[in-house]
Design a protein around this ligand. Structure first.
Ligand code: ASP
Length: 358
């Protein structure tokens, strides 16, 4: 991880971690075709230099490049690296807040990962970690990255009684809990935040803040960050018309530790999977059921009784449920190594009951 700084690290500052994404992307012909571009080209220090004149003088910035990737290529070792960088930053008394520039494709995964591994820590320390990105590359005529980055920096550094410490995301003038952010449109400038319960960045909405505090009150202990090479292998499978049992049996002789089943409607699974799922549970594969609809909660024993060994995802979408299951399986392994009889179900159940902000 290279570190670039424009202020000495001996004074209070906002740490900006660069992960890449379109916000750091460049288009070869930005005027004619801004949507044909390569993500993760510009260093985070240059993104900051570009907006420096608009940053209030009272805010000192330090930047550090964790990665510079197209986030569709996000890996688990990179999540480990980012999680450790965030925890280290939170522990540093000189860091007032953290901003992360990130590709929007997998913000959903990174948002829930940081909430579940660093959310309580950030809350206890009263520091905000703000994820942001953009839909247009850095050299597009109407690039949205600079204003998103400025909003994120301002939100990371505003007085604390406005909004508690925690893991948030800011896009298109709105902010939300990072675990609520999901890209639900391929190209709209507000794509990552349009369906997320959010507040205007300029004026925090009291009912949204009430929801944030309700989630935070229930998140009482962070889960451990898996070591780079210790992430359990978890796949997402979608139930659909014409489903085949082979889609499940295929995994029985693999090293897969868990399957997230993106079901129809309220998380229903095709009957063609029934016997092979029972076999999967016997093989020790963890099962979580969610909905492929993109909205709504998946509740236990609805619409039918759950099969033994399969948990409902609550409000978690399939990509979020996958990260939550990986962290739960890792937490189970660590708990058992420490002589505690906690299971992945105990950890996952704490996540699945987190309330939805409306
Ligand atoms: N493919 C890009 C990425 O996720 C999209 C974006 O940042 O908007 O890195």
């Amino acid at each position: 991880m290279s570190s670039h700084q424009n202020t000495p690290e001996t004074s209070p500052h906002i740490l900006v971690l660069g992960m890449g994404g379109t916000i750091a992307g460049l288009a070869p012909s930005p005027a004619d075709n801004p949507m044909q571009y390569e993500a993760g080209q510009v260093e985070v220090a240059s993104l900051l230099a570009h907006i420096q004149s608009a940053v209030p003088e009272s805010i000192q910035l330090v930047s550090s490049q964790v990665a510079n990737i197209n986030s569709r290529n996000l890996t688990e070792p990179l999540l480990t690296l980012l999680g450790e960088a965030v925890r280290e930053a939170l522990a540093n008394t000189l860091v007032r807040g953290v901003v992360i520039t990130h590709g929007t494709d997998t913000l959903e995964e990174t948002g829930v990962f940081l909430q579940l591994t660093c959310g309580k820590y950030a809350q206890d320390l009263g520091k905000r970690v703000i994820l942001t990105g953009s839909m247009l590359p850095a050299n597009a005529p109407k690039a949205d990255g600079p204003s998103n980055l400025l909003d994120a920096i301002r939100w990371a550094s505003t007085p604390i009684d406005n909004c508690p410490g925690g893991i948030y995301a800011v896009m298109d003038g709105r902010g939300c809990l990072a675990m609520d952010l999901a890209k639900r449109h391929g190209s709209a400038l507000n794509a990552p935040i349009q369906d997320s319960p959010s507040s205007s960045v300029g004026l925090i909405n009291p009912s949204w803040l009430y929801g944030v505090k309700a989630v935070q009150a229930l998140w009482t202990e962070d889960l451990p960050i898996p070591k780079e090479n210790e992430w359990p292998w978890v796949e997402i499978l979608t139930s659909h018309a014409g489903a085949r049992s082979e889609t499940i049996t295929h995994w029985l002789n693999s090293k897969v530790k868990g399957l997230v089943l993106a079901g129809t409607g309220m998380g229903s699974i095709h009957d063609a999977w029934k016997d092979s799922l029972i076999a999967a549970v016997k093989h020790g594969i963890a099962l979580v059921r969610t909905t492929r609809t993109g909205a709504g909660e998946t509740m236990p024993n609805l619409p039918e009784k759950d099969m033994v060994g399969c948990l409902a995802s609550g409000s978690l979408t399939a990509p979020r449920a996958r990260i939550a299951l990986q962290l739960s399986l890792n937490a189970e392994k660590q708990a058992q190594a420490a002589g505690k009889s906690l299971t992945w179900q105990d950890f996952f159940a704490r996540i699945a009951v987190l309330p939805v902000i409306r």
